[in-house]
Write a protein that binds this ligand. Structure first.
Ligand SMILES: CC(C)(COP(=O)(O)OP(=O)(O)OC[C@H]1O[C@@H](n2cnc3c(N)ncnc32)[C@H](O)[C@@H]1OP(=O)(O)O)[C@@H](O)C(=O)NCCC(=O)NCCS
Length: 388
């Protein structure tokens, strides 16, 4: 159910944030035992030292849920007030239904619309832009935007060209509509499908449905032309960044912090050079997480906030690129005083109760659906006519 429109100007402001990574850490040293590589090569060519890998039972949903609950805690918001849940991911729990629907159910976000968004590693910025647009249009007041991935599940652990790069994790933000100055200022999104084969999971879709052959040929894993993606990334990041700045009437000098997609430190350095911004204003946590695709920007944002790098009125530039090919940038002015007050125990207790209730409600609904189906069979014939 959408929140009724109001006449006041509405801007989308980030009022909550959270992240989650699996406990298990896979170091470069661990990878050396799996493929022909070295800690030195991985560090020098990518900047990655370790990454987190989902354990048994952990999925994109479970990471998204933890990140979302943390974000709701910061925002001190009852999940029942969410109007929209968007999950940016290329590794959903299922091809369908959407992971966003599973998240909506697990949170007890009873009145929220929910959908997944697939735009590769640009996914989170795409989702942020879509949700901010819906807020600006007056349709929604509170939106949960998540980037969540378990790339380890589609990684070919025998391919040294790709397996050293990726990690698992999730990041989430709560967007709130209000009339205050700042918030999301502008967004630029782009795509070029002619680059589809540069970064692709070839099988499992309608082009190559899953079969014994596709599994044997490892076609359900990430295939990548690293050099071409590298070239594309170093050009597109500065380009889309300049365009989003110009759209908002700002310049590179106005940017307090760039939070880029974390793919490769050399890409970040080249992009910073091309953009004319010093590396001190470009956030990087690549060494600890690797490339977590659509989760990388929200995770980096959470860390930048926690490390005190985001101040009130700071201008943040979020910029990413990825499979598609896609690219995206969003510019925002931070409007929230930091640190945010710790929510009262009562509110935290209430939220936890809500999550428990959501679980019970979900079980009950499934149970009732079965009873309902049984009753229908008893009371109605195959044409849907009431039996006499
Ligand atoms: C993948 C990437 C790290 C490779 O780095 P690079 O410097 O371009 O390396 P190259 O592909 O030119 O390979 C150089 C050599 O290293 C080897 N190599 C590749 N991976 C290796 C590894 N893990 N360990 C050791 N050697 C490796 C290659 O086989 C090649 O050997 P060769 O010269 O004998 O053929 C880099 O291209 C990259 O980061 N690309 C972008 C990837 C990306 O961001 N993807 C996600 C986008 S969202």
């Amino acid at each position: 159910m959408a929140t009724p429109r109001t006449e006041t100007a509405r801007r989308a402001h980030i009022v909550g944030w959270g992240m989650a990574v699996p406990e298990r850490v896979l170091s470069n040293g661990d990878l050396c035992a799996m493929v022909d590589t070295s800690d030195e090569w991985i560090r020098q060519r990518t900047g990655i030292v370790e990454r987190h890998i989902a354990g048994e039972g952990e999925t994109t949903l479970s990471l998204a849920l933890r990140a979302s609950q943390a974000a709701l805690e910061v925002a001190n918001l009852d999940p029942a007030l969410l109007d929209l849940v968007v999950v940016a991911t290329i590794t959903p729990d299922y091809a369908f239904p959407a992971t966003a629907c599973l998240l909506q159910d697990a949170l007890g976000a009873e009145r929220a619309a929910a959908f997944d968004l697939s735009a590769g590693c640009s996914g989170f910025v795409y989702a942020l832009s879509v949700a901010a647009g819906m807020i600006a249009a007056g349709d929604y007041k509170h939106c949960l935007v998540v980037g969540a991935e378990t790339l380890s599940r589609i990684t070919d652990w025998t391919d040294r060209n790709t397996c050293v790069l990726f990690g698992d994790g999730a990041g989430a933000v709560i967007l709130e509509a209000n009339g205050a100055q700042g918030g999301i200022l502008s967004s630029v999104l782009g795509s070029d499908g002619s680059g589809k084969e540069l970064l692709i999971q070839p099988a499992g879709g309608s082009a190559q449905p899953a079969s014994a052959e596709t599994v044997q040929a490892r076609k359900h894993t990430v295939q990548m032309d690293g050099r071409q993606v590298f070239r594309f990334a170093t050009r597109i990041m500065p380009d889309v960044s300049r365009r989003v700045l110009s759209k908002a009437g700002l310049t590179v000098e106005d940017v307090s912090l760039v939070i880029p997609h974390q793919a490769n430190d050399r890409i970040l350095q080249a992009a910073a050079r091309n953009l004319g911004i010093d590396e001190g204003r470009v956030y990087s946590n690549l060494s600890r997480y690797g490339n977590t695709s659509s989760a990388s920007i929200p995770i980096a944002l959470c860390e930048a906030i926690e490390h005190g790098l985001v101040k009130r009125d700071a201008v943040l530039l979020l910029t990413g690129f990825g499979a598609g090919l896609t690219w995206a940038a969003t510019l925002l002015r931070w409007s929230l005083p930091l640190p945010v007050p710790t929510p009262s125990r009562r509110m935290t207790f209430w939220r936890n109760l809500r999550y428990r209730w959501a679980q019970l409600r979900s079980h009950w609904r499934r149970f009732w659906r079965n009873v309902d189906a049984r009753l229908f069979q008893i009371l109605y014939d195959e044409e849907g006519r009431r039996k006499r």
